[in-house]
Design a protein around this ligand. Structure first.
Ligand SMILES: Nc1ncnc2c1ncn2[C@@H]1O[C@H](COP(=O)(O)OP(=O)(O)OP(=O)(O)O)[C@@H](O)[C@H]1O
Length: 292
């Protein structure tokens, strides 16, 4: 059996790269053939994973955060190789949905010995995602965090972006088509969830299941700034369901459109478009699960 490790050397401020000696040692100890390739910039994870899928690697392993994982997924979707995940980024939200809280050494052994199981993927405007797509407040926070990184590091950049967004975000008029119904409303955010956790462990859709063939969709209508402060801690814990402005849907497809350009957050990466068409692709990828 051959494994390909796709390592983003920049992920987690070098954390993913620092795992290379441990990966090499664990593979040698387990007598498996392996190859390690490092990404050289955005998009390279997709290219390397595609190359691996076309060249007979049975297991392709993302070593980085959710951005690297998204790129690897886009390179191997539709093929028969199984996806392994080693958390080495600053954001490692998807892996929380497959419930691995083991030490990294054991995670690497799991990637070698774990059993692959079919998991759903989302497709948005032609691009695959494995975790969560969203539009609105949280996508603005992602954009602002990137700019804040010029002045602050890590968590401080995120907190600065969050506060800035709370004070400046005015809502987005979005038309939402789901299950043959359409609503148009001023929206705080809409999250289209395959995985259960995003944005550093927040829980937009507490019932989301990566194997159920459906998205869990959380829509929150625009609320006052004061209410955003009240809502936020509940959203973090997935306890926002009883709030009036919150609605949940479960569906295989959802279409969002607006007269303005929408910032669409796909597994933490932003794309811009006036429409976002989401479709679930049931059992589209084999993911290696940790051994019990
Ligand atoms: N060699 C490289 N240099 C710079 N960026 C890279 C390199 N290789 C990959 N990338 C980009 O790094 C991005 C972030 O990676 P990832 O999300 O895995 O790590 P992270 O540490 O969790 O990052 P962040 O928290 O900043 O999103 C990816 O979208 C990828 O395109």
């Amino acid at each position: 059996m051959s494994l390909l490790f796709v390592v983003n050397p920049e992920a987690g401020k070098g954390k993913a790269k620092s795992l290379i000696p441990l990966i090499e040692r664990t593979c040698r100890e387990n007598n498996v053939e392996y190859e390690i390739r490092q990404t050289s910039g955005p998009g390279d994870g997709t290219r390397i994973a595609k190359w691996g899928a076309e060249n007979g690697f049975k297991r392709i392993v993302s070593v980085g955060g959710d951005g690297t994982l998204n790129e690897v997924v886009n390179g191997m979707a539709g093929g028969s190789a199984a996806l392994g995940i080693i958390p080495g980024g600053s954001g490692n939200d998807f892996i929380r949905s497959i419930d691995s809280h083991k030490p990294l050494e054991e995670v690497i052994v799991d990637v070698i010995k774990g059993i692959p199981e079919r998991v759903d993927l989302g497709l948005c405007n032609g691009r695959y995602f494995i975790n969560v797509g969203s539009v609105g407040f949280d996508a603005e926070v992602v954009i602002k965090t990137e700019s804040a990184k010029r002045f602050f590091s890590g968590k401080a950049a995120y907190v600065a972006a969050l506060l800035n967004t709370i004070f400046t975000y005015k809502g987005k008029m979005i038309r939402i088509e789901v299950d043959g119904k359409a609503i148009e409303t001023n929206t705080l955010l809409i999250a289209i969830a395959n995985g259960r956790y995003y944005g550093g462990g927040m829980i937009p859709a507490p019932e989301a299941d990566i194997k159920d063939g459906c998205f869990d969709i959380c829509h929150i209508r625009m609320v006052s700034k004061l209410k955003i402060f009240a809502l936020f801690p509940r959203f973090m814990k997935g306890k926002h369901g009883s709030i009036n402005e919150v609605s949940f849907y479960r569906s295989k497809r959802v279409k969002l459109s607006s007269n303005e350009s929408l910032s669409i957050n796909i597994d933490g990466e932003i794309i811009k478009d006036n429409t976002a068409e989401f479709e679930i692709i049931e059992g589209a990828i084999n993911v290696i699960f940790p051994r019990k």
